[in-house]
Design a binder for this molecule. Structure first.
Ligand code: PRP
Ligand code: ORO
Ligand code: MG
Length: 197
């Protein structure tokens, strides 16, 4: 699956949004990948995650035994990628703002874990998820995402497999270009709302 194929799916689903967006990291961007609009279509989600699972194998991480995803955005692609890999799909959720493995899930000492995420911008969400897993002794061998907006710049602390790299500009709030400053900002993600840090 090529970069054009992936972006064509996002475009066809109405998931390539233009405007002024406050990202999870607090950075501002003129473009937002509204992945939920893609994930409402199981057939499109399956195509993307099948290709990601193939890349996980091709990059040498086929020994994975569990997928863990950061809620909320990572849950659907994590589940479908796990289905393609033939392994269980778990997730971390925020409790008082910090990621924790969801109650009831277990990771065994011998498990080889891959964190599967939807979009990477700064990599902060993956780093927080990996840290939560390592804190309970999990062996995180890699992370994977559908779209890496940093185009390889984000350091997630483990090897990162991305289906595609798609460099999108992002700016600190006090360094906005005038055309972006002219548009009222909106915040589509969940971090920082209703007590979520
Ligand atoms: O690489 P980063 O700078 O961390 O940005 C990417 C993260 O932002 C979004 O999540 P968000 O926190 O908006 O919440 P959601 O998953 O609940 O949509 C997305 O799902 C990634 O997790
Ligand atoms: O950085 C983010 O928060 C982010 C960017 C993006 O394009 N899509 C998304 O869901 N989150
Ligand atoms: Mg997220």
């Amino acid at each position: 699956m090529t970069k054009d194929d992936v972006l064509a799916i996002f475009r066809a689903c109405g998931a390539l949004l233009e405007g002024h967006f406050i990202l999870s990291s607090g950075l501002r961007s003129p473009l937002f990948l509204q992945k939920a609009r893609v994930f409402q279509y199981p057939a499109e989600t399956e195509k993307l995650c099948k290709a990601l699972a193939e890349k996980i194998h091709a990059d040498g991480f086929g020994a994975v035994t569990k997928v863990v995803s950061p809620a909320i955005g990572g849950i659907i692609p994590g589940y479908e990628t796990a289905r393609q890999l033939g392994v269980p799909a778990l997730y971390t959720e925020r409790v008082d703002g910090q990621f924790e493995l969801r109650r009831g899930f277990e990771i065994a000492p011998g498990d080889q874990v891959i964190v599967v995420e939807d979009i990477v911008s700064t990599g902060l969400s993956i780093r927080e998820c990996v840290a939560a897993l390592q804190a309970i002794g999990a062996n995180v061998i890699a992370a994977a995402c559908l779209i890496d907006r940093s185009a390889g710049e984000a350091d997630v602390g483990v090897p990162l497999v991305s289906l595609i790299e798609f460099k999108v500009p992002a700016y600190p709030a006090d360094q906005l270009p005038p055309e972006l400053a002219a548009i009222p900002p909106v915040k589509p993600g969940s971090r920082g709302i209703q007590g979520v840090k």
